[in-house]
Design a protein around this ligand. Structure first.
Ligand code: PEP
Length: 258
């Protein structure tokens, strides 16, 4: 049975470092007809920089939001290899992933950088999807909440006036990313419910009831339904299962009937 809908669900594809521009184009051509009848779900594709402009122009008159997987919080200057918020806007991006665990763990992004990026995304009119989550070692040591609450709290150190619909959080336990080891619906609800309660403490009832919190980590067509049936889970951020348009369309359709 469909849950009571308080917030509009979101289903997001994180392509990571995959797809050449022609492959991206073929994907969008195949995806759009499969989701054209879907209502009541925000759909986002987070593409590599090299094909983001193409994805953005192909989805301009559709309900699909084109997004980037990263950016730097300064607008221009001597930051070799980086891309700024105005550059993302310039190619038509509407959203950006911030603080993905692969950026934090492989590229050394700190909580402070994540906070600055989040603030700059919002001020530039980009919707940030802010990722938080614990490692297997942290979970086994009973430190899941210490880690996640610290990451969530630090985001607000750079934010003044924001509304709940200016930002999306994604709870992505690192042990579940790309491993096939999905968090149980109960564990997803436990972490996401705690994040929402913390947001209420930090920014009040209205903010906490508006803000969307997604689950990410080995979601597939056969587990997304029960995860999204949890009362605080507002959608999914999919890596592996988003690379094929038929598979991603299945997730979008599942989100629409949740
Ligand atoms: C991700 O990278 O955000 C992700 C959730 O990946 P996967 O679905 O492959 O676990």
């Amino acid at each position: 049975m469909a849950r009571e809908q308080v917030r509009k669900p979101m289903m997001a594809a994180n392509w990571k470092m995959n797809k050449l521009a022609d492959e991206a184009e073929e994907y969008v051509v195949r995806l759009l007809p499969q989701i054209s009848n879907v209502e009541g779900v925000d759909v986002a594709i987070f593409a590599p920089f090299t094909c983001l402009g193409r994805v953005a122009s192909m989805t301009r008159d559709t309900a699909v939001i084109a997004g980037a997987q990263n950016f730097y919080y300064e607008d221009s200057g001597a930051f070799t290899g980086e891309v700024s918020a105005p550059m993302l806007k310039d190619v038509g991006a509407g959203a950006v992933i911030v603080g993905h665990s692969e950026r934090r763990e492989i590229f050394g992004e700190t909580d402070e950088m994540v906070a600055r990026k989040t603030a700059r995304a919002i001020s530039a009119g980009l919707l940030p999807i802010v990722c938080v989550g614990e490692t297997k070692e942290e979970r086994d040591a009973g430190e899941m909440w210490d880690k996640c609450s610290g990451q969530v709290q630090s985001v607000f150190e750079e934010l003044d006036n924001v509304n709940g619909d200016d930002i999306v959080f994604a709870y992505e336990p690192i042990w579940a990313i790309g491993t096939g080891d999905t968090a149980s619906p109960e564990d997803s609800q436990d972490a996401i419910g705690k994040i929402r309660a913390l947001l209420k403490e930090l920014r009040g009832e209205q903010f906490a009831s508006q803000v969307r919190i997604l689950y990410g980590g080995s979601i597939k067509r056969d587990n997304i339904g029960e995860i999204m049936a949890q009362k605080d889970v507002d959608g999914g951020l999919a890596g592996g299962a988003s690379l094929d348009p038929v598979s991603f369309a299945g997730l979008v359709n599942a989100a629409s009937s949740s």
